[in-house]
Write a protein that binds this ligand. Sequence first.
Ligand code: ADP
Ligand code: MG
Length: 715
Amino acid sequence: MPDRNSPDPARILSQSLGALSGVGPRVQSRLQKLGLETIEDALYHLPHRYEDRRQLKTIRQLTDGSHEVFKGTVLASGEVRTKRTSRRIFEVIVGDDSGTISLKWFRYRKSWLEKRFFIGQTAIFIGDVKRFGVTREVHHPDSELIEGSDSIELLIRKDPVSFGRIVPVYSLTEGISQKQMRTIWFALIRDYAEYLSATTPENIRKKYNLLDRYTAIRQIHWPDYHADLKELEEGRNIARKSLVFDEFFYLEVGLGLKRAGVQLEQGTAMPCEHRYTLPLSKMLPFKLTAAQRRVLGEIKDDMALPSPMNRLLQGDVGSGKTIVALMAALIAIENKFQVAVVAPTEILAEQHFRTFAPWLERLGLTCCLLQGSTNQSEKKKIYAQIAAGEINLVAGTHAILQEGVEFQRLGLGIIDEQHRFGVRQRSILKTKGSHPDILVMTATPIPRTLSMTLYGDLSVSVIDELPPGRKPVTTTIIHQRNRAKAHELILKQMELGRQSYVIYPLVEESEKSDLQAATKAAEYFSALFPEKQVGLVHGKMKTTVREAVMSDFRDGKVSLLVSTTVVEVGVDVPNATLMVIEHADRFGLAQLHQLRGRVGRGAEQSYCLLIPSENYSDDAAKRLNVMLKTEDGFKIAEADLEIRGPGDFLGTRQAGLPDFRVANLTRDLSILETARKEAFDYVDQTNRLHSEEAQKVRQELICRWGSRLELASVG
Ligand code: ADP
Ligand code: MG
């Protein structure tokens, strides 16, 4: 029982489930399998559907084709064989005063069914009623045994939790029955829901006719007698909407605070001095595109301000983000600051280093490469040089974020392929300097509303134009039986002196066989094209070996690169004109788009061949078709969102955002927008939650997201 004298609802809600009546150690460990640890978790374990038990129908009244709840007494029970297929099934005939119905099990434990449904046993049955000729059947019904053969009125009086109302149905775990769950949850809501006090401020709730959390939670678990069942089932009821709003509101207050806090932080003004940027733009073999210039202008303006920059640079694969990053780096260096460029993989870090180093050298500047595989003594040397300020730019992997790395004066942190990192990495990078500017880059286009949620505290720049002269990549699906066509095209590209990729997926369960497939393919192509060099790279290789092959490919010595997905992001070899993707059905859309983006980088016509497995799913077919239809990263992202749903799409966990307990990002987008507006206004009006009335919201916010949104720094 809750301690009603305790003034601290947060403590009560965070108690373990063992505190509940009916939950002993065994039940508790079973509930843990559902991810439920605390009282609060349990309050948010919402029913996934409902059963209308306000009235119980007689067997005669049951409607064919609908989901029904009815009472019956077992008249016959046992294993039988079907007439046509002679398969064993278990059948129970139940009846009441009005008629009979047959219940069937096709997969079952015989002893359990025999014991449960002996003749004369009465039970409540729940399931879909189907008609087969003259008989009506329910297959695999749920059931709850009841004692005696009470009338429905008596049942309702004896067990008001289970009868005479709309009853919640919860997702279950092994060893807990629906009835047990219902009983525990009934007590839970009765005794604990009231501690869910802190909630969206009342004036905002009033404005949108929302319920407070206590009422909303109660109504979702135990709907009123006259509640609209359809609305409930479809999640359109006001109780659910209120909880969704509440969730979004706190998320957006957090983001709003962060944004306001960041604006107030004292950073350093770094005006563009043109000392290095101008010479670089003269040395470049191309002119920046209009989009690159516009984005660079936005970055320059940000950097010139005394508050720290927090900017997201979005641009499709091949749109030329790297050179923009280099320009930004030079501005920081002009202002006597150091720059860190962090990439998700060693291959990418090396590539950045190779791109940056020659330019920096020509400008009389220094840079180095720092990654996990850098040997210990080399690392020590680099650490010292970075700390002494002898190095202007460090490119590397997360090795840069390690503790030993200290900058003399870090002014700008650049994170490439942001989606591979979490919010945490961004904040670690910030601690390496005193409020340095941060530029994060991503080639994963995110529909605008979602990017607002995910990167709500960042300003966004978009490169929406590709460098000139790019020809669209010709994309074709090639089925296994026609794979000779792929070989012809590889051969043709080789004869033209161009290079090709052949990519194999690397999915964990089948890691070995994929590796074998890639290795075999490399051998096969070597034999097929004896005069040409065929290279193989995969994740299990030593970095040095892999790097050697990659650089041979970059230098044109290797004509055909067989690879597992390690080339997915960022690799830039303009002479590569053919991308062959084996088992293309096993890749996600974002990956396919990234892979295809490896070709079509030069002036020549490029090709992408998608070779699916023998059998593939409908979703895979949809993905492949999207690839045929468009090369536009934003359109692909939108299609991806549609096929996969947002949770998966965003990988919220990976991005550092909490999973929503009730809200659903696709379905509830309009609520999100309202909540965001109200939350940002609230942050303004309460002087960033410093006003008296906002203290409860502040408490609740820290309690909910706390460290995950780096609120600590907002204080
Ligand atoms: P991404 O945005 O995918 O990181 P990169 O920065 O790797 O793209 O650029 C892809 C290629 O385009 C590189 O070879 C780069 O040198 C080239 N490039 C970048 N900007 C331009 C431009 N304005 N004109 C011509 N080529 C460009
Ligand atoms: Mg890139």
